[in-house]
Design a protein around this ligand. Structure first.
Ligand code: SAM
Length: 266
């Protein structure tokens, strides 16, 4: 742990709650209690978290096949299975990945586990300061924004409050993309779960990372004028499902609950 002073063990936090939903062990009692409360309001969260993670893997594989060799992943999460660099380097060993997160536990675990990997780097920064991320020496030294690149904002933009002006923040990342660059984004929608959303939102209000579910139109707006790869903006499981189980889930839950897409700058 880099600076244990920075870690608040008593206030739940999105990275560690997500780790708990995914079956990980990098979480504290406060995170588990909050996650269990959220699951009472919406038992689907566990499945949705797994499907989101699987979406990210499919999107990275799709991009690696399309020739992308550089990935800027903002909102890394705690290292689990199928991390972005593992998926990307499995498809294309020369892939470079820069992870960005603002959570001290994520950073400490990330540095310990990912630190030894080739062409993988982890940076401490905040999504709310896009310029700092995009202009930082650590990022620019490792990623070439004139070559094919993908920016990942997967399950993170819903932790921006409306006061943060998420539209402008995401626009900064889109503007940084070269022609042929990609934005991968997923976002909690909750339109399909009107009764669950207020309860889950209330649980996250007491965490360091309050959550804001947004409408399909607002989520679509985050892609600006990027061209969405098929099948467009859909629930995480509906984005190019690659197994019978995912296809079954995609069929079963069709109303928007967790939307995802991959946009390309032309
Ligand atoms: C739900 S996890 C998603 C992890 C991964 N992207 C995935 O989808 O599997 C959200 C991550 O975003 C990070 N995060 C939340 N708000 C952030 C911010 N303002 N700046 C940087 N990271 C943030 C959290 O620490 C956490 O690691």
């Amino acid at each position: 742990m880099e600076d244990p002073e920075e870690v608040d063990l008593h206030t739940p936090n999105a990275a560690r709650m997500y780790d708990y939903y995914l079956g990980g062990k990098d979480n504290f009692a406060s995170d588990r209690d909050a996650a269990e409360k959220a699951l009472e309001f919406a038992p689907q969260i566990r499945l949705a978290a797994r499907q989101n993670r699987a979406f990210m893997g499919r999107a990275v594989r799709y991009l690696a096949k399309a020739g992308v060799r550089q990935f800027l992943d903002v909102g890394t999460g705690l290292p689990t299975q199928s991390n972005v660099h593992e998926v990307a380097q499995d498809a294309a060993p020369d892939s470079r990945v820069v992870y960005v997160d603002n959570d001290p536990v994520v950073l400490a675990h990330g540095r310990a586990i990912l630190g030894g990997a080739e062409n993988v780097h982890i940076v401490h920064a905040d999504l709310r300061s896009p310029k700092e991320i995009l202009d930082s020496h650590e990022v620019r030294q490792r990623l070439d924004f004139d070559a094919p690149i993908a920016i990942l904002l997967v399950a993170i933009v819903h932790f921006l409050q409306d006061d943060d002006d998420p539209e402008s923040i995401v626009a900064r990342f889109r503007e940084a993309l070269p022609a042929g660059g990609h934005l991968v984004l997923s976002h909690v929608c909750g339109e399909a779960l009107p009764r669950s959303v207020p309860g889950v939102t209330e649980v996250y209000k007491h965490s360091t990372t309050p959550i804001v579910a947004r409408s399909p139109d607002r989520i679509a707006g985050f892609f600006g004028d990027l061209e969405l790869a098929e099948p467009g903006l859909v629930n995480v499981a509906q984005w190019r499902p690659d197994s019978e189980e995912t296809r079954r889930i995609a069929e079963k839950y069709r109303r928007p609950y967790f939307l995802a897409g991959v946009g390309r700058k032309n």
